[in-house]
Design a protein around this ligand. Structure first.
Ligand code: ADP
Ligand code: MG
Length: 192
């Protein structure tokens, strides 16, 4: 079960991680994209925290909606609408269930539907989907998250900007997978 206070804690931890690692994220994006992923996410997460703190949503559905709107309007790029959709879908699902496994699964499904990617296409979905499975089995760990992120290294990008590189996209971690890894490590940390 996820409560409203925990969402704020989760987002604060994530915002800090993004801010500390934005250069790493942009460096990853520099190699197989356009080098803006760290700044995109940092701008988005700064807006998320500022909105959560000023608007003080009082239930998890409202919190998810607010997070989704901030990400959609502030992150930009391909990843903004995708992260935004994930949180929007979690918000819709939260009206019926506050079970974390169901919420994360709904988010992953939203990204798949909006972006049209499948497992193995070297995108953030390569972390969202297996993480959703692990949460369902209550077996998610930081090491498993690192493993899912690392697996994107040897994939060839089939979606997004990195796909323009064809085989040259192989050998580099996907930036969206890396930022998604941070999102779920933050979730684990918030549940301690
Ligand atoms: P842009 O590529 O527009 O510069 P970002 O750099 O912010 O946007 O985000 C790039 C990330 O977005 C990629 O690393 C990948 O994980 C993710 N991404 C791109 N296209 C898709 C898609 N169709 N489905 C899922 N994720 C995607
Ligand atoms: Mg980019």
């Amino acid at each position: 079960m996820l409560n409203n206070e925990q969402i704020l804690t989760w987002m604060k931890i994530y915002q800090e991680k993004i801010s500390q690692n934005k250069q790493t994220l942009s460096d990853l994006d520099d190699v197989i994209g356009d080098g803006d992923h760290g700044n995109n996410m940092d701008r988005g997460m700064t807006a998320v925290i500022s909105d959560l703190e000023s608007k003080k949503p009082n239930n998890i559905t409202e919190s998810f909606k607010l997070i989704a709107m901030a990400l959609m309007s502030k992150v930009g790029g391909a990843s903004g609408p995708l992260y935004g959709t994930a949180f929007l879908e979690m918000g819709k699902t939260s009206k019926d269930s506050q079970d974390i496994a169901e919420l994360i699964a709904a988010g992953a499904k939203g990204i798949a539907k909006r972006g049209g990617a499948s497992m193995g296409d070297k995108t953030m979905l390569d972390v969202w989907l297996p993480v959703a499975d692990e949460i369902r089995h209550e077996s998610l760990t930081n090491e498993k998250i690192d493993g899912f992120v690392e697996l994107t290294k040897n994939m060839q990008a089939k979606k997004g900007r990195a796909s323009y590189l064809g085989e040259r996209s192989i050998g580099h971690i996907d930036p969206g997978a890396e930022s998604t890894g941070m999102l779920f490590k933050s979730l684990l940390e918030s549940m301690k």
